[in-house]
Write a protein that binds this ligand. Structure first.
Ligand code: NAP
Length: 333
């Protein structure tokens, strides 16, 4: 089969190669991959700042394709099904446990830049009919994480949700929050990106370049109350402001390290408002399946900014690393 490998820790060291076709073992499924979608973690893996990968390896955690063969005992899917293999195939359901998250596609397991992949059949979720392969490939990490964010704060009509930036996790969180009846405050670097967010239903737009004190803007927009949920996708650059923007008893759903992971905070901002600071590491196959059900029920269409070809991996990675995209960047093949 053809495959693209990352050969050195760099955003441009990709080589096209030929690898043996994988064979499905008992309980496995063989997928003909048709698309991959990038997450910031793929950039972190490629630059060596996220541990666990042994090079050379087939990169990109997320993908989508169709089932072409089944191993013995694999009965939950059929040949021809359009499916999404989950990022962490060992975490089927229940809470996070070390043994469930040890295997990660595109890090410790082969990723999505190859013609075929074998994964456990129980780790795949069917692709909704209204999505194409590139849209489906965007779901495992970003949609699962955003779904868990919105669920963690029991978002419902009347809730206020703050979304930071217009990247993959952020726009899924915006779409799930709107589908849950919440008021959404979107904070971004660019007025043009904010307008894309308005088209997805964002109620209030704050440009953090014009308003570096976006947290104060959130308090003003909520009559001083603050947000029930802040989806913290950025890291040290925004964490303290996210605590400030949250309402008493609110949730700061903490997933991002785009700007750096080390930060110093005044604990009274958490103690004084009884905040819930909730960490998260993507989620289980069951979480992905729930997110996909919500996507199907609400007719949600993932925002794919641009789709590259399989031989354009370096350009796709550069786009995500540059932060010019809105939503997701895909690679179709
Ligand atoms: N722990 C988990 O479960 C989990 C799961 C998925 C992702 N993540 C992490 O979450 C983060 C986001 O991932 P992603 O894949 O969605 O990233 P992405 O698609 O690359 O989105 C990045 C966007 O963040 C925004 N941003 C950057 N600096 C900002 C700032 N100072 N203030 C506000 N927004 C800022 C920018 O949007 P604007 O230009 O619009 O401001 C940028 O385009 C990454 O650190 C990723 O590793 C964690």
């Amino acid at each position: 089969m053809y495959a693209i490998q990352l050969v050195e820790p760099s955003l441009s060291s990709f080589r096209r190669t030929s690898l043996p076709d994988p064979e499905p073992g008992p309980g496995d499924v063989l997928i003909r991959l048709r698309a991959a979608a990038l997450n910031y973690i793929d950039v972190a893996v490629a630059t060596g700042s996220f541990p666990g990968a042994t090079l050379p390896m087939v990169p990109v955690a997320d993908g989508a394709g169709e089932v072409v063969a089944l191993g013995a005992g694999a009965t939950n899917v059929a040949r021809g099904d359009r499916v999404i293999p989950h990022f962490m195939p060992g975490w089927l359901d229940g809470p996070m446990r070390p043994e469930r998250i040890a295997a990660m596609r595109g890090i410790t397991l082969p990723g999505s830049l190859s013609e075929y992949v074998v994964v456990p059949a129980r780790s795949v979720v069917r692709l909704p009919d209204h999505l194409d392969f590139a849209q489906g490939a965007t779901l495992p990490i970003a949609a699962t994480t955003a779904w868990n964010a919105v669920r963690s704060a029991s978002v419902r009509p009347g809730s206020t949700v703050v979304i930071l930036g217009t990247g993959g996790v952020s726009l899924f969180a915006l779409q799930f929050a709107k589908a849950s009846g919440a008021t959404v405050i979107l904070v971004s670097s660019s007025d043009a990106k904010l307008e894309r967010g308005r088209a997805l239903g964002a109620d209030h737009l704050v440009n953090y370049r014009a308003r570096p004190d976006w947290d104060t803007a959130v308090l003003a927009l909520t009559n001083g109350r603050g947000a029930d949920l802040v989806v913290e996708t950025v890291g040290d650059a925004t964490f303290e402001r996210s605590l400030h923007a949250a309402a008493m008893g609110g949730t700061v759903f903490t997933v991002g390290f785009l700007s750096g992971a080390a930060t110093s905070i005044n604990l009274f901002s958490i103690i004084g408002k009884a905040l819930r600071v909730v960490g998260n590491s993507t989620g289980s196959v069951a979480d992905l399946a729930e997110a996909v059900r919500a996507i199907e029920a609400n007719g949600i269409v993932p925002v794919v900014d641009r789709t590259f070809g399989i031989d354009e991996a370096a350009a796709a990675y550069a786009t995500v690393a540059g932060g010019t995209h809105v939503g997701k960047v895909a690679i179709a093949h």
